[in-house]
Design a protein around this ligand. Structure first.
Ligand SMILES: Cc1ncc(COP(=O)(O)O)c(C=O)c1O
Length: 423
């Protein structure tokens, strides 16, 4: 995306259109308000939104109120009292993802949500999983486990010239053995956004199960699960949605995923009917367990509501603007190299410098800047392919400012020059 006087080119794949974006920008007073709603902004310069973002005050208060009620009235009684707020979390997520509330399941993490979906696909020996070269370790390890246990094939789809999934290669890899297309929307290690709608079209045409890991994309950009055409989408509360930790969620499409039986059932997802029989819920909540961190669930509902009220398109617009600013500012520093791939890029910025990543992170932390370290083994293929070691991930959110970006860059410059490292 490029900007000029509020007019931008919006690019998806090879197609670009002009759009007047002046109505998408946050005013200075709105930004001040947003930062006032975010107590963490007073303490740190937070560029670790892809790790866990700063929680808005209203979200923290909702969690605290819930826990206070539990302290005074008991856990089960509090759940009854807050039933409407718990329900609200499902509705807010459904509004954001553009699906029905019956297609949302809550879990304790994105990983659990992903595993519930993955393990419900009825794999047999010889089946093939098509996936990406930027797949997250927590997804790839279960692929390897299934290969060991069952003899399935795992085939990463080659990238195109932008580093994203190459659609032609995906089509070439399709054969009668392909049972699942499992794709990460935004990988953990960079700004890349995969062409998930185009992948969905192919999966639907061939009637192949399509599982989307949207852990790093939810909360950054508009997501329409029906347009994407995925059977499942997994994500978390704590990252760009700015909700509490310990909550994840799964979208499970009513049209397709209801044919599947979850690999794990309990008395919430199933019903014990007789000495030999049980039945299963007929909505997405069959992928849930009975027990929940309900304070976190209520907090997530407030976080999604806050996000929707700000405007999903406006959030996405600002994230793209800030991340492009961060990329160009970092690239102008001697010795710093930005490594993000993708035709469309998001709020995750990955870079290396002459100072080793863990050392740079720790020195930045002492000065009040939060970033994270990317480890090669978390996205092994991609990092090996590009011969990258550990990198720094600086991930922006709409509450960050240009001033914070400049201060981060100045601090990195100081640390590099103080290190005496040559480049
Ligand atoms: C792309 C991706 N998928 C999945 C996960 C796992 O999320 P969780 O830790 O909430 O299970 C992460 C976490 O960083 C991630 O970046």
């Amino acid at each position: 995306m490029s900007h000029a006087l509020g007019v931008v080119f919006l690019c998806s794949g090879s197609k670009c259109i002009f759009a007047d974006m002046s109505n998408l920008e946050f005013s200075k007073s709105e930004l001040r308000q947003i930062r006032d709603h975010t107590p963490g902004c007073l303490r740190v310069v937070h560029f670790n939104n892809a790790g866990a973002s700063l929680i808005p005050e209203t979200v923290g208060k909702a969690v605290q109120d819930y826990l206070q009620h539990e302290i005074h009235f008991g856990g089960y009684e509090t759940a009854e009292k807050y039933a409407a707020q718990i329900k609200n979390t499902y509705s807010q997520l459904a509004t954001y993802l553009k699906c029905d509330t019956s297609e949302i399941a809550l879990t304790d993490s994105a990983t659990t949500a992903w595993q519930r979906a993955f393990l419900s696909v009825p794999f047999q020996a010889g089946d093939t999983i098509l996936t990406t070269f930027t797949e997250y370790a927590s997804n790839y390890i279960p692929f390897l486990q299934l290969k060991k246990r069952l003899g399935i094939n795992i085939k990463p789809i080659p990238n195109d010239e932008f580093g994203q999934v190459d659609l032609k290669s995906l089509i070439e890899l399709l054969d009668h053995t392909v049972k699942l297309i499992s794709v990460t929307h935004v990988p953990t290690n960079g700004g890349l956004v995969n062409p998930v709608v185009e992948i969905g079209r192919i999966a639907r045409e061939r009637k192949i199960w399509y599982l989307l890991d949207a852990c790093q994309s939810v909360g950054q950009m508009p997501i329409d699960v029906k347009q994407i055409g995925c059977d499942f989408l997994s994500a978390t509360s704590r990252k760009f949605l700015r909700g509490p930790r310990g909550v994840g969620f799964l979208y499970a499409s009513s049209e397709s995923s209801y044919q599947l039986e979850p690999s794990i059932l309990d008395l919430h997802s199933g019903h014990w009917e007789s000495s030999l029989t049980y039945s299963i819920r007929d909505d997405a909540r069959k992928y849930e367990n009975w027990e929940f961190n309900l304070a976190g669930v209520v907090g997530l509902g407030h976080a999604v509501q806050y996000f929707l009220e700000l405007g999903v398109d406006r959030v996405w617009h600002r994230i793209q603007y800030l991340s492009e600013t961060l990329r160009s500012t970092l690239s102008s520093l001697d010795g710093v190299e930005v490594h993000d791939l993708g035709a469309v890029k998001c709020g995750i910025v990955s870079f290396t410098s002459p100072v080793e990543a863990a050392d740079l992170k720790s020195k930045l932390s002492k000065k009040g800047f939060n970033v994270s370290v990317l480890h090669p083994e978390h996205t092994l293929f991609d990092m090996q392919d590009r011969e990258l070691g550990s990198m720094i991930r600086a991930s922006v959110h709409y509450f960050n400012t240009k001033d914070e970006i400049n201060r981060l860059a100045d601090q990195i410059k100081l640390i590099i020059s103080g290190s005496g490292k040559t480049y």
